[in-house]
Design a protein around this ligand. Structure first.
Ligand code: 13P
Length: 382
């Protein structure tokens, strides 16, 4: 039986290089994943590999702008910016219209509210991004909730109805997605139950995501909060990654068509010993060389509360010191470490938009340089 995979109207051209209008599907019911069999699987698999490649081409990385409304409001409140739908929209317009952003950013992760928003002149953000050469992605988890029977630990929710949501997001232009699990280090935690529950949910999400033709970003974040040592973070990160890949394997996730978004291996924020940039780079890459299969095309770190400068310096050291040994692209998918300086300059005022956009562009550029191992402190003294 012939298998029909409905692609956008521009059959023959890459789904990632077509214009926004061309990405709208003729028949919303005919999406990737709509058929079955080998041919279907192969087409999906090739599309996923192509997407993953495009996101990190030319040493680009990802911009996470998928803060939930609650998180976005908290960051606005700290700076005295009103917390309304309109201020959130205006801030995100500032980001997506930053001139030249597509030179160093290959994909932007949006939030459900954001993927539906438009610029002041009525242009959908998704269209603005695609025309700038930036692939839109979407955060699909519904947040980390208390894990029953496990005080102090959380499990990420959002699997119910996810298949249908993926179809809608694909139609809207999203070509990759994100799901974040959080693992805390503390007295007696993380527990096996917490690690396993989160890894299982990540794998179930990733399989559904690939079925729908989107590249899953698999984000198991070991948090920086606490006074744990770098060695403890290494041990927990190693355990978490092994469990995640075991579950991804069990759920038949195509490793070549996914992205890992992990924490760097760091001492807790309250730990008395804070290792050097090179020591962090060595611990982080050593951990990943042990636990991440070579088939994974890219590892894109979250910043997790590090300063923008430290996040760039550590990424740079990893690429510089391990250049010849790296099996995957070592890239970035930062939110705070790219956005924070811009947000602080903007302060909710239209007059500050150009300065904020310059700061955003600049941080993205620094991280692109870090992917090449060419970032240095002098770049911060503009
Ligand atoms: P940070 O870079 O601010 O940690 O955010 C990354 C992210 O996407 C968290 O889920």
């Amino acid at each position: 039986m012939a298998v029909h995979l409905s692609m956008p109207r521009n059959h023959g051209r890459s789904i990632l290089t077509c214009r926004w209008e061309e990405m709208q599907l003729d028949d919303p019911h005919q999406l990737p994943g709509a058929g079955t069999g080998n041919e279907q699987t192969q087409m999906n698999s090739q599309m996923l590999r192509d997407t993953a490649k495009v996101l990190f081409a030319d040493n680009k990385g990802l911009l996470a702008m998928d803060e939930s409304n609650g998180t976005c409001n908290k960051r606005f409140a700290k700076l005295g910016i009103p917390q309304t739908v309109e201020t959130r929209r205006a801030y995100r317009e500032l980001i997506v219209t930053t001139p030249g952003l597509g030179e160093s950013i290959g994909g932007a992760i949006l939030y459900d509210e954001t993927i539906r928003q438009k610029t002041k002149d009525g242009t959908p953000f998704v269209k603005v991004l695609i025309e700038a050469g930036i692939t839109p992605g979407i955060k699909v988890d519904t947040g980390a909730k208390e894990l029953a029977g496990h005080p102090g630990e959380k499990v990420t929710e959002g699997l119910d109805g996810l298949r249908d949501r993926f179809q809608e997001y694909f139609q809207m232009g999203a070509r990759f997605a994100k799901w974040r699990a959080v693992i805390a280090i503390g007295s007696g935690i993380p527990s096996w139950g917490c690690i396993e529950a989160n890894a299982h949910a990540l794998a179930r999400y990733a399989a559904l995501c690939q079925e729908a033709g989107l590249v899953p970003i698999v984000e198991p974040e070991v948090l920086m909060d606490g006074d744990h040592t770098l060695d403890q973070c290494f041990e927990v990160t190693d355990e978490v990654l092994r469990t995640v890949f075991s579950q991804l394997f069990a759920q038949r996730v195509i490793l070549e068509g996914m992205i890992l978004k992990p924490n760097m291996v760091l001492p807790g924020l309250a730990c008395n010993t804070q290792e050097t940039v090179d020591e962090v780079a060595d611990a982080t890459v050593s951990c990943f060389l042990r636990a991440v299969p070579a088939a994974v095309p890219a590892i894109a770190f979250l910043s997790g509360g590090q300063s923008p400068e430290l996040a760039s310096a550590r990424l740079n050291a990893m690429n510089l010191r391990f250049k010849s040994r790296l099996l995957w692209a070592l890239a970035f998918s930062f939110a705070r470490a790219i956005q924070q300086p811009a947000l602080e300059l903007w302060k909710g005022q239209e007059v500050n938009i150009p300065a904020a956009q310059q700061a955003l562009f600049y941080r993205a550029r620094c991280n692109q340089a870090a992917r090449r191992g060419e970032y240095n402190e002098a770049m911060e003294k503009r």
